[in-house]
Design a protein around this ligand. Structure first.
Ligand code: C2O
Ligand code: CU
Length: 436
């Protein structure tokens, strides 16, 4: 099969290079004969969608609904998703946002596969190696398709129950705003409820599928931020008040405890999730002014590599200028002063430690998303991270800010590195990381 051939070629290339790179399981071809542990079929359709609080629009569904089904798998399991395109004229794909899958499974139309045309299907197979909160969405005509409904939650759980305290139940909260509608959680507007007993500890998995940053806050419980972008934080402390930033595409897992009476409310502007006994009252509170700074939250821990001696240093300077994109005049985003295609492609060798400086002088905020890898935040505006290792796949970079991030190039392929404000990506704020 082509999978087996690709895996073999990779091994040969490593041998020919004279160095034996640490081969992660993601780079190995999955035995096509291995049966799937979790098998899901997703059927994409073009349909009229009636968004809560808005007029029907020409949107999309997965298995007749939006968001699509929540997909759950345990660490080590082989996930197989058959994506069938019933009638979406532009074609569809499935990208596993935040999951460092093998490149061929990344679901980027025009880069890792062709979009699946109407009447056809594509089978994704990957082993769940990470544990955490992720999501999936189409990566073909991403802006209209994601905002229009082609997305869902993807939850990867520890393989053995002992790895997670048995008392922690979870609640998925997928935040999304449909065209012309109001903000929704799991597709519903206003107040969404999750049943839990008094005293229960619940892991609320917030997923921001919108193109703009938001924040969440909690009323009725102290809380901890257990994880960001699918990676656990080290020793997060309880917080009483304050908002948790949620960048576009980003996730935050909050641990809340249901009080003896009443319920906990987790709010985002325009919608909320109430966790507690059925019909228990939950109070509301206005959005807090101050936001938790993940740069100094939690405690430092070993990250397994040394970013102080990188093999590569990259610069990703975001700006804006008048010019032409695909022959169309406009005021376009620039990377290192150029408009696509005059932008850098970031080249690495397998095993490289890379440090990237991302700066933004474009006048707007950009949630930067690298595929296939996680970025360790080293510093912001020269202030080094002093808290837990803060790993992201979606990083909110405000106008005037400069972040220094590091990653280990451990997943060969060609990977998009783009703004997750999806209209911005369509306006040229995108480039690629490639292995040589
Ligand atoms: Cu969530 Cu390139 O995408
Ligand atoms: Cu942007």
């Amino acid at each position: 099969s082509s999978h087996a051939a690709a895996g073999h070629g990779h091994a040969q290339a490593a041998a020919a290079g004279g160095t034996v790179a640490a081969t992660s399981v993601t780079t190995l071809a999955i035995d096509p004969a291995r049966p799937a542990d979790v098998r899901v079929e997703l059927v994409a359709r073009a349909e009229r969608v009636s968004p809560p609080g808005g007029e029907p629009f020409d949107g999309f569904t997965l298995n007749g609904r939006t968001p699509g089904p929540t997909i759950r798998a345990k660490q080590g399991q082989l996930v197989e998703v058959v994506l069938r395109n019933e009638d979406v004229p532009a074609g569809v794909t499935a990208h596993w946002h935040g999951v460092d899958v093998p490149n061929a499974m990344d679901g980027v139309a025009g880069v890792t596969q062709d979009a699946v045309p109407p009447g056809e299907s594509f089978t994704y197979r990957f082993v769940a190696e990470q544990v955490g909160t992720f999501w999936y969405h189409s990566h073909q005509a991403s802006h209209p398709q994601v905002v229009g409904g082609l997305y869902g939650a993807l939850i990867l759980e520890p393989g053995d129950a002992a790895a997670a305290p048995a008392t922690i139940a979870d609640a998925v909260a997928t935040v999304h705003t449909y065209p012309g509608g109001q903000r929704t959680i799991n597709g519903a507007a206003g107040e969404v409820r999750q049943t839990a007993e008094p005293g229960a500890t619940v892991r609320v998995r917030l997923i921001n599928t919108d193109s703009t940053p938001t924040s969440a806050w909690v009323t009725g419980s102290a809380f901890r931020v257990l994880a960001v972008d699918g990676t656990d934080l080290n020793r997060p402390t309880p917080i009483d008040g304050g908002a948790v930033p949620l960048t576009a595409g980003g996730r935050a897992d909050l641990e809340v405890t249901v009080p003896a009476t009443g319920a906990v409310r987790v709010q985002v502007p325009g919608a909320s999730l109430v966790v507690g006994p059925d019909r228990a009252e939950a109070s509301t509170s206005p959005a807090p002014r101050e936001e938790l700074d993940l740069l100094d939250y939690g405690e430092p821990a070993d990250v397994g590599f040394d970013p102080a001696q990188p093999d590569r240093r990259f610069r990703y300077d975001i700006g804006r200028m008048p010019g032409f994109l695909d022959g169309v005049p406009g005021y376009w985003w620039t990377i290192n002063g150029g408009i696509v295609p005059a932008v850098p492609m970031y080249m690495v060798r397998e095993g490289d430690v890379a440090v990237m400086t991302i700066s933004n002088s474009s006048g707007e905020v950009h949630p930067m998303h690298l595929h296939g890898h996680h970025l360790l935040v080293l510093s912001r505006d020269g202030v080094p991270s002093s808290g837990s290792p803060w790993w992201v796949d979606s990083l909110n970079v405000e106008h005037g800010e400069t972040y220094e991030v590091a990653f280990v190039a451990d997943n060969p392929g060609i990977w998009m590195d783009h703004c997750h404000n999806l209209p911005h990506a369509a306006e040229g704020l995108m480039t690629h990381l490639a292995y040589v």
